[in-house]
Design a protein around this ligand. Sequence first.
Ligand code: HEM
Ligand code: HEM
Length: 170
Amino acid sequence: MHEHKYCWQQVLLHWVSAVVIVWALVSGFYVAIFDVEPNTASLIGFVNVSLTTLFIPLFLVRWLVRLFKPRPGAVHDDPAGQLIAHLVHEGLYWVTAVVLLSGVLMMDGPIDVFGWFTLAPLLSDWFWLAAWSKLHIVASSLLALGVLLHVGAVVFHELSGRRVLRRMLP
Ligand code: HEM
Ligand code: HEM
């Protein structure tokens, strides 16, 4: 049951996504929660908006790969375990989609991608900008919770002798 692995495309996309998402979560909340120099805060904001905007097409590719490429068989023998793993993985995709969408829609000015190109903001109504911004914070918090749960589950499985990590390694 554990011989099967994710294909190299899924492995590559998983780890690139993990780095981008964990960085955006940790640095984003760090700047929001702690007293950070205004220069540092705006640099992190600039880098994160650029990086996560570039991440959007990659995320769409990943979602397509998930839909169309077969995955390795379930780690769990019991239907309840299979359901929970399925719900958390599915949830991570959907919550990430909401974080990305709300991030783009909360922008009140041009989206500057590393000074390379800019995208015009989609909304200008103050009420909706504020609403998407609130949703961005709520969805990011949910995503952080989901990632903690996910990493906790990986550690738990490895400690219980179920080698899940190697399924997601080349
Ligand atoms: C996986 C993708 C993303 C993650 C994990 C993420 C995470 C975060 C977090 C944790 C915060 C701080 C929230 C708070 O105030 O408590 C934040 C703020 C913000 N995010 Fe995102 N975000 C993502 C994508 C995006 C995208 C695509 C955009 C826009 C193109 C965006 C624009 C912003 C902006 C403008 C802020 C406010 C920062 C500031 O105060 O200057 N985010 N994000
Ligand atoms: C940073 C430490 C992380 C570790 C150690 C890790 C590890 C793993 C492992 C071992 C699997 C395969 C599970 C299986 O055998 O079925 C997996 C799958 C998955 N991981 Fe992670 N992961 C990490 C971060 C993340 C992050 C930040 C996200 C994004 C929100 C994420 C999203 C997912 C998803 C959605 C799957 C299911 C893939 C699919 O079936 O399409 N992971 N992860």
